[in-house]
Design a protein around this ligand. Structure first.
Ligand SMILES: [Cu+2]
Length: 133
């Protein structure tokens, strides 16, 4: 998967990616019926972002994934992503003020939407999406 060329620089050399302050990701609505789900992402922030869809393992909550030394989490099991500015699917990142979208087919269950640009997950860019029957 491609990554944005304009990775944010650490704001603080002592704490690295983890000094980036709070970021967030909000799903509205937070629950949708199973089937084809179109995610429309609007980047209301000042940095480039992306949204990746991962299943949420039983007993785990959004935000609990292990963050590697590169400031990112594993994307194994990804069901799709919206990371192309003004476009569908995977791309180089969603620039500030732009929208992106992707359509995925989801079974009932719990999912995690997250941004996997370095440091963003640890800074709070994750949220749960529930898929109902
Ligand atoms: Cu982000």
């Amino acid at each position: 998967m491609m990554r944005g060329p304009d990775r944010p620089a650490p704001s603080n050399s002592r704490t690295g990616w983890y000094g980036m302050g709070m970021m967030r990701l909000v799903a509205r609505p937070a629950a949708v019926p199973a089937g084809r789900v179109t995610l429309r992402v609007v980047n209301a922030g000042s940095l480039t972002h992306e949204v990746i869809v991962l299943p949420l393992p039983t007993g785990r909550a959004a935000g609990e994934r292990a963050v590697g030394p590169d400031g990112r989490v594993s994307e194994a099991g990804s069901l799709g992503e919206a990371s192309r500015s003004c476009g569908s699917g995977a791309g180089g990142g969603i620039v500030s003020g732009a929208a992106a979208w992707t359509t995925v087919t989801l079974r009932p269950g719990r999912y995690e939407l997250l941004c996997n640009l370095p440091g963003h997950y640890a800074a709070g860019m994750h949220t749960e999406l529930d898929v109902t029957r």
